[in-house]
Ligand binder design. Sequence first.
Ligand code: SAM
Length: 586
Amino acid sequence: MRLELINFTRQNWESRRGKREIFRPAKESPLHSCGDGVELVRCGDMNRLLFGDNLPWLRNREIFPNASVDLVYLDPPFNSNADYNVLFHEASGEASQAQFHAFTDTWNWADAAQTYAEFVDDCPNTAVVEMMDALHDFLRNSPMMAYLAMMAPRLVELHRILKPTGSLYLHCDPTASHYLRMLLDGIFGAENFRTEIVWKRTNVHNDSKTWSRVSDTIFFYSKSSDFAWNPPYQKHSEDYVEAKYGNRDEKGRYFTLDNMTSPAPRPNMMYEWKGHASPPNGWRYSKETMAKLDGEGRIWYPDDKSKRPRLKRFLDEMPGRLIDNVWTDISPSNSQAIERLGYPTQKPQALLERIILASSNPGDMVLDPFCGCGTTIHAAQKLGRQWIGIDVTYLAINLIKRRLKDAFGNDVQFKEQGQPTDFGSAKELARLDKWQFQQWALSLIDARPRTEGDGKGADRGVDGLLYFYESKDKREKILVQVKGGAVKRNDMATLLGDVNNQKFVGGILITLEKPTKPMREEAADAGRYTSKLWHDKDYPKIQILTVEGLLDGSERVDGPPQMNPFAKAQREAKPEKQQDMLREMF
Ligand SMILES: C[S@@+](CC[C@H](N)C(=O)[O-])C[C@H]1O[C@@H](n2cnc3c(N)ncnc32)[C@H](O)[C@@H]1O
């Protein structure tokens, strides 16, 4: 086996175009020091949830040394030009029709031009750079080229951090799959293309004017020819079982009958067995093995001595049917599915469990650099793998934290990085990205982010909402506003006006900067509201909370117990052994 990997010697790609070197991975990766087996997951010190753009994270060599990850699954935005939305639950438990902007899957060259220029200058893999140049000649400065310019440096980094035995699964659709496969061939080598999985994700659409597009594509590449692989099986279909395993023994076990004759002449296997003459080529088994099989009740005897005994193969001892590359048995996590969390591009957990079981082993490191609401992470945790998830949307990070807590309680441990932990980093986030700062600040009080209908027209000033029940059928709303910049006395009057005009019971201002004394006085002057259901207790109508106080725990919402507006993930059982999992699943 010849391993030709790309050498990354400095913090970022330092090598110039044209330089290609051989890399020998470190003997022992620091990401593999945790021990063995499913116990690993409990130590959890390698599990990480990273908030932010994945490219700088992937280039961080402390977190991602060369050859440190066993399995990568990525489900990047598909260049579908669609706005994605996250659904929230109404008090009735049904998904709200109003939707919330999560991320925009649109690409333009103006955003990508610089990334592309850096890529062609710095990428040490000249073959890939040449391919990208050729694609650029063909695609010009199109949205497709912008999309590929975004993907290329990330795929090069993912290749760098994969172990020699590692694998990568790229989930995409026909919009860009043809170009992505070329890119992957360039980065991994065409010889390391393993297969293209076709996943039937939906049913035929009635209104389709062409062949209904019902599938996604998942490309499977390995870093070398020596990659982790646990052959995946699934249960035989009922039709197959009926046709093949029609016999039952006295214990009720289904079996089929197999030939016991030798395919080639074997003189030492020619003997009479229990009154049945030797077949012309002899038996397949020695006399001793025949006696053992007989003792175990594994031989079927015909009444007619001129006919041959046959071997019983029991259905419950068969691994099942080897799974091929066309997957029609995993239904999408649609709005009815129990695992649905409301994230628009959420993938079914069974899909990720199948990939993780086949291409990694307990204790291995699984990475999803576009992790969305955390399906890969959930599956990896459940199957006793270590994991790292990255997402640029704070809402996704927040959903994952809730999902892990709901599903695993205190059994899951992980390190969070990239999100603000103190005043300074909160201020930096507010400076860099007002929208993500707002999402993050709302998550500090578990508020539901604004939906698309909110905050427009008459619904002015709504950044987020808190809900509580006032009676069985009536819920009340508290308006939440977030300020990442300077605050002034007028802001309190505006908040109170929005609360009164839109019939909220109260309003909360989350502010980065400390409120002034007049602001506090104005908030106090707004008075209080009473909740009958919650023991006639009264609460401030307008409340100011500072980011600093929320972070250090000295401030919190003073209001009746809040409803959870997020869908809940189902609780998972304790991690089991891989063999038990495989047996149970397929
Ligand atoms: C198709 S969704 C993934 C859905 C995921 N497989 C699941 O089951 O929930 C793509 C995700 O990539 C994230 N994303 C897009 N660009 C990113 C970037 N540059 N860095 C990190 N995450 C990014 C988006 O926020 C979105 O959550």
